[in-house]
Design a protein around this ligand. Structure first.
Ligand SMILES: Cc1cc2nc3c(=O)[nH]c(=O)nc-3n(C[C@H](O)[C@H](O)[C@H](O)COP(=O)(O)OP(=O)(O)OC[C@H]3O[C@@H](n4cnc5c(N)ncnc54)[C@H](O)[C@@H]3O)c2cc1C
Ligand code: SF4
Length: 346
């Protein structure tokens, strides 16, 4: 049985206290929320903090509110559990892609503990890294922890571990913003700028900064009665490829967001998870849809555009060439779902 190493555990009661504790404890400290990622990693000695600072009793991370300042409608505290996200009143209707992605994460037990913030800050994954200490030692470790070489791309100067968060691609596709609070104060960053394409330095967040809240754009207004057009409506979906439908990390995630003007796609974003170290927006796929009706031809063009830059590495489940092929299939399915929903709400 794998055991946790001993460590100091701190329980701040306010955000200010949490940030001060982290600054005092220095680089050997780590925040923890639900612990469903950090504790297994500590058991395998992938992460070895000497001090662990729990965010679970920090009330600022539990706030959920609706703001009507014209740009942001819903604010989600990063400490909400994934199960809590799924049952927020009216949330399932307004932000279906977020609920879909949250419900795809792992199992009910882990969703009861795992938080939104922990999911968005999830460590990157790789077959050569997500192993016990003894397993990693037997191959002389790798660049991400304790070693010098990348076993996936031995001549590469960087780590290619993959982003495996189900919610991160959705947040990038929706254009969400994150509020970060650290010793230097607070700042708001677009979700897309929170992630780096680097398996080791996969977040742009400073180590002492806490992800406090996620700000979602206002949901589209309900469509007016036909035949009047409903300008500016948007919708989004998330599709996930994994071996076991009941519980597995994504080896491919597709988040598709679309804004409609009458029957034309006014704007679109396609974001891929599980194929790079960051949620990868494929700008050409969005461009293939923009200004056009959603048809079999435009869907095929967008799927083709997403297929080309998707470059999965041989470091997660399934054959990498098959995973690449599946990008086309999953983007097609996601866009077809958006099309079907559009026709049923018109
Ligand atoms: C068997 C198993 C299957 C899983 N399957 C999936 C899956 O399919 N999809 C998926 O997305 N995830 C999966 N996970 C990972 C994990 O359960 C979830 O991503 C969960 O949401 C993580 O949240 P947490 O609160 O437990 O994170 P924690 O383990 O507490 O933290 C994770 C990381 O985020 C940091 N952190 C947490 N909160 C904050 C914050 N507010 N500010 C700054 N840093 C913070 C921590 O320091 C740590 O580095 C799985 C885990 C297991 C064990
Ligand atoms: S991609 Fe390379 S460096 Fe990164 S975890 Fe895997 S083997 Fe290690």
């Amino acid at each position: 049985m794998l055991r946790l190493p001993s460590f100091r555990y701190l329980q701040p009661r306010t955000l200010k206290e949490a940030v001060a504790m982290k600054a005092d404890a220095g680089p050997d400290a780590s925040y923890v929320a639900g612990g469903t990622d950090l504790y297994p990693n500590m058991k395998r000695r992938q992460q070895e903090p000497k001090t662990v600072i729990s965010l679970m009793a920090v009330p600022e991370l539990k706030a959920t509110e609706k703001r009507n300042d014209g740009t942001v409608e819903t604010v989600l505290g990063a400490g909400l559990t994934l199960s809590e996200l799924s049952v927020l009143p009216s949330f399932r209707r307004s932000y279906r892609a977020v609920v879909q992605a949250a419900e795809f994460v792992s199992t009910p037990l882990l969703r009861n503990m795992g938080t939104l913030g922990g999911n968005l800050c999830l460590d990157t994954r790789c077959n050569y890294y997500d192993q016990t200490y003894e397993w990693r030692k037997a191959i002389d470790f790798c660049m991400k922890k304790d070693g010098h070489i990348c076993w996936v791309a031995p001549s590469s100067p960087r780590c290619w571990a993959v982003t495996s968060s189900d919610l991160a691609p959705v947040m990038v596709a929706l254009g969400a913003e994150y509020l970060l609070v650290g010793p230097a104060g607070e700042r708001v960053v677009p979700a897309a700028r929170f992630y780096n394409n680097d398996g080791i330095n996969y977040l742009t967040k400073q180590p002492d900064e806490v992800l406090v809240e996620v700000r979602l754009p206002a949901p589209a207004p309900p469509p007016p009665p036909a035949p009047a057009p409903a300008p500016g409506e948007w919708d989004a979906v998330y599709h996930k490829l994994r071996r076991r439908g009941s519980f597995d990390f994504p080896v491919l995630g597709v988040a598709a967001w679309m804004r409609w003007e009458r029957d034309t796609v006014a704007d679109a974003r396609i974001v891929l998870g599980g194929v790079a170290s960051y949620p990868q927006e494929v700008a050409d796929a969005g461009a293939a849809l923009r200004g056009k009706p959603l048809s079999a031809d435009t869907i095929a063009a967008a799927a083709e555009a997403a297929y080309h830059p998707a470059k999965p590495m041989d470091n997660t489940d399934f054959d990498l060439s098959w995973r690449k092929q599946m990008t086309r299939v999953y983007v097609t399915r996601a866009l077809e779902e958006l099309g079907r929903r559009r026709s049923t709400t018109r």
